[in-house]
Write a protein that binds this ligand. Structure first.
Ligand code: LLP
Length: 435
């Protein structure tokens, strides 16, 4: 086995003298022994590198720009801190995410609040904590918000549905016309919303937003959406006299989960998005808006790995070999939800060559709890430390306690030191709220 050079694993991944996988200068096998498994292991350097790369790629392409980290991919206090230190804003989608940001001392004016059905409590909480902007998803929400805001003006953006289908998995595809998210272009709802915003002095219209989907590999879709949104920018500014100061075109950049995956770079995404905005606004003589992007998966996806211990191994002759690990669908529901494919490594046998194909099964009571259908691995034994790469995004944040199994610890590594970012849950945590 060797370290693939396509950024599947964190930037600091290495093989040490013992033939063990090393991340952030720490021996993963040793961490597994000391902290037990499963563990979500994050390389802080990779997270910071990805944030810096994204910010500079966009800035080099388009001067008036801002990057928000999409917290839904992985929001814990430590990540909020890193986001602030690296100068990014934050995209949140719930009262809980606002609370975590506030608890971590994040500058709330740099927070954007999304969601297709924000509750009254969440909207009031956002207003009271000074959340910078609310991205209004639909007419019903706008009316509701207008009835709530009576003292200080709030900044709002409209989420539009540009009708671009990025050919990603249908569950993570949000830009099509038939989507629960956003205003349909040229709809009666949108016209009514424009009327409301123009007459309500407490609703300060700042711009437009869209997000077409996630894990996108073809930047052509970003370009199409950007063209449509740039035209809307002209229309809002000219026809409706609502200048678009901010144009937030969402996240969605894909990452590598398998060695053969070759996703575009942030620079390629930035160019695909910035070009139409620059061209169309300059041609129409409209002031360039602040261009905002909201990557989630790209920032944290390849920075995280999940570390498991191999338990039961069984062979069904002529059919397949199962190797079961001490985690599965509760810490990584993505294979079951989206047929997501992952890559495995044996952290204690990094210099041994793959000899066999295994199906990596989870420990949960469901036959569909399969993490990897075909994993090419060296000689496998009970007790081996199996790592699944690229689990940094939408794994911890979508985890559950299915089968009453406590959630794993989240451990961050940097410069040869480890730090517990989230404690491992224990049995007491599982019954803490039961009455
Ligand atoms: N902005 C908005 C408004 C979004 O809805 C999303 C993701 C993002 C930004 C960040 O997108 P990213 O850069 O991470 O692709 N649970 C699914 C992904 C759901 C994405 C939801 N929205 C998964 O595990 O693949």
């Amino acid at each position: 086995m060797e370290i693939p050079n396509n950024r599947l694993l964190p930037d600091t991944a290495n093989i040490n003298g013992l033939g063990h996988l090393e991340i952030g200068g720490m021996d993963v096998v040793d961490l597994a022994k000391r902290y037990k498994t499963p563990i979500y292991l994050y390389d802080e350097m990779t997270i910071r590198n990805r944030m810096r790369e994204f910010v500079s790629s966009l800035r080099e392409t388009y001067s008036k720009s801002k990057v928000l980290f999409a917290g839904k991919a992985f929001l814990i206090k430590r990540i909020v801190k890193i986001t602030e230190e690296e100068g990014l804003g934050l995209d949140v989608v719930s009262g809980g995410e606002i609370y975590a940001a506030k608890e971590a001392g994040f500058p709330m004016e740099n927070v954007y609040f999304h969601g297709n059905n924000k509750t009254m409590e969440e909207l009031s909480f956002a207003i009271n904590t000074g959340v910078g902007s609310i991205v209004v998803d639909n007419l019903s929400e706008l009316k509701f918000l207008s009835s709530l805001v009576k003292r200080r003006p709030v900044n709002i953006l409209f989420r539009l549905t540009p009708g671009v289908d990025p050919h990603t998995h249908s569950y993570i595809n949000t830009g099509r016309v038939d989507s629960k998210f956003g205003f349909q272009l040229d709809s009666d709802d949108l016209k009514e919303a424009i009327g409301i915003v123009k007459s309500d002095t407490f609703l300060n219209f700042t711009g437009l937003h869209c997000h077409i989907g996630s894990q996108i590999f073809d930047t052509g879709f970003f370009r199409m959406a950007s063209e449509i949104m740039a035209k809307q920018t002209v229309e809002f500014t000219r026809k409706w006299d609502l200048p678009v100061k901010e144009l937030d075109l969402g996240g969605g950049l894909g990452i590598a989960y398998k060695p053969e995956d070759d996703p575009p770079t942030p620079k390629e995404m930035a160019v695909a998005i910035a070009d139409p905005v620059g061209e169309i606004c300059n041609r129409e003589g409209i002031e360039l808006p602040l261009l905002i992007l909201e990557p989630g998966r790209y920032i944290v996806g390849n920075a995280g790995i999940t570390v498991y211990t191999v338990g039961a191994i069984k062979e069904i002759p002529g059919i397949r070999k199962y190797a079961s690990v001490d985690g599965g669908m509760a810490d990584n529901p993505r294979p079951m939800l989206y047929q997501a494919q992952y890559t495995a490594f044996l952290a204690n046998k990094m210099r041994e060559h793959p000899r066999d194909v295994f199906t990596i099964a989870g420990r949960f009571c469901e036959s569909g709890d399969i993490l990897i259908d075909k994993a090419y691995l060296p000689r496998l034994e009970r007790g081996d430390i199996l790592v699944v790469s690229a689990t940094g995004a939408y794994n911890y944040s979508m985890s559950s306690n299915y089968n009453m199994v406590p959630r794993p610890a989240v451990i961050g590594v940097k410069d040869g030191k480890e730090d517990i970012w989230v404690e491992r849950e224990d049995y007491n945590d599982l019954v803490r709220l039961h009455r």
